[in-house]
Design a binder for this molecule. Structure first.
Ligand code: HEC
Length: 384
């Protein structure tokens, strides 16, 4: 999670100008003396967002109604990390070719940059901070969790029938792919055991399946290549290759199903608006079926046989609704958050889009700050 967190920050298609480095970013946020130019004051943490006074982590640092925290990044790093990662009077010199040396000051050479240890290690602080924050967001108190912990009254009779169908090896078979407490085979514990598997004589990536949402060649999913031409699929990277036929084309990651009630639209296409539409999809055995690999061989999609009865679909739906952790719906701690701005398309309409230099203007939706007691639930997809 730390490695994932440090990517968008420097990506020139996400959050950064091209060519910026993490120490540069550290210098901007932490502040400090620079070799050429004025000293930088540093930036205020969360400087453009209001933080609720009752935020479960940051409440005591809130400046509401003003945005940002009443502290500095420098103070936050000192409070959270061992001094050996930031406490030094020496500087780290990064040469034009990227070589790193420990020095005592600036060399007045414009092709090199000197950073403090804290600036130079900023990716470490940033990545670990995001990872540890994400690790607090565990939605493990849904009615289904209580049911699994031994409280049979935590979910109603329809949801219990839904659990039976979810587990049934002749009917729903959902559990074959949406497995364990994570409700997916694409979990750390399963992929760590083995990133590939053999199923019914075919080689697959663990946690990825072709369930016939689209025709295989419309989107190869994990069967495609990365921008450097390297296969995304773990099976395709095996040396030697497996003797079995490889059935990864058109396969997509099996998503976990916690809080799925709150996260429409569904599937990688976003083409399904409601859980009921998904259950109708599973009941008819998929849309683009039979699913075939690029070499023409059949992909055994392992789709279920819900048979489309109203009672059974309502039961599986009731089970899916029992996966909602009410703390997430209401955004109570640890799921409370500062004020957020979410880009939602651009200014303009079907006939006119204002722009400068070919770039349209983002339109933002504001999600107000909430504290540890949460707030009113956010509108769901079809309620906008
Ligand atoms: C063969 C493996 C497999 C089986 C069996 C299976 N699923 Fe899935 N499920 C997937 C995959 C793969 C996706 C993602 C597909 C995509 O994004 O195109 C998915 C997506 C979903 C989603 C959408 C989640 C989201 O956030 O978009 C729901 C809900 C769901 N499955 C429920 C079920 C239920 C209920 C059953 C049993 C009736 C079931 N699944 C059986 C593999 C499976």
């Amino acid at each position: 999670m730390a490695s994932q967190a440090v990517m968008p920050v420097l990506s020139n298609t996400e959050m950064s100008a091209a060519g910026r480095t993490f120490p540069d970013l550290g210098q901007k946020l932490l502040g400090g003396t620079r070799e050429f130019g004025f000293p930088l004051p540093g930036l205020r943490p969360l400087g453009l967002q209001c933080v609720h006074q009752e935020d479960n982590v940051l409440g005591t640092l809130s400046r509401r109604p003003f945005p940002g925290l009443a502290t500095t990044y420098d103070a936050l790093v000192r409070a959270a990390f061992h001094p050996q990662w930031w406490d030094s009077l020496r500087r780290i010199r990064v040469g034009a070719d990227g070589t790193v040396t420990v020095v005592s000051g600036f060399d007045h050479d414009p092709s090199t940059r000197e950073y403090t240890l804290m600036q130079h290690n900023f990716a470490l602080f940033f990545g670990l901070a995001v990872q540890l924050y994400e690790a607090t967001l565990v939605a493990n108190d849904s009615p289904y969790d209580r049911f699994m912990d031994g409280d049979p009254s935590a979910i109603g009779a329809p949801a219990i029938l839904g659990v039976d169908l979810f587990r049934s090896q002749t009917r729903g078979r959902c559990i074959n792919c949406h497995e364990n407490a994570e409700l997916t085979g694409a979990s750390v514990r399963r992929v760590r055991q083995s990133p590939t598997r053999i199923r019914e004589g075919q080689a697959l990536d663990r946690g990825f399946n072709n369930i016939g949402v689209l025709w295989t060649l419309e989107d190869r999913g994990v069967g495609g290549n990365d921008p450097f031409g390297v296969p995304l699929s773990s099976v395709r990277l095996l040396i030697p290759p497996p003797p079995e036929p490889i059935a990864v084309d058109g396969a997509f990651k099996v998503p976990g199903l916690r809080n799925v009630e709150l996260t429409a639209p569904y599937f990688h296409t976003g083409g399904f608006r409601t859980l009921r539409e998904i259950l109708q999809f599973y009941s008819r055995g998929g849309d683009a079926v039979p699913a075939r690999s690029t070499d023409g061989s059949l992909v055994i999609a392992g789709l279920n046989v819900l048979n489309n009865t109203e009672e059974e679909m309502a039961a599986v739906e009731a089970w899916l609704l029992s996966l909602t952790d009410e703390r997430v719906r209401a955004r109570c701690a640890p799921f409370d958050h500062p004020q957020l701005f979410v880009p939602n398309g651009h200014l303009g309409d079907n006939t006119f889009v204002p722009s400068i230099l070919g770039l349209a203007f983002d339109r933002f939706v504001e999600v107000p700050a909430v504290g540890r007691n949460g707030g009113s639930p956010l509108k769901k997809f079809l309620e906008q």
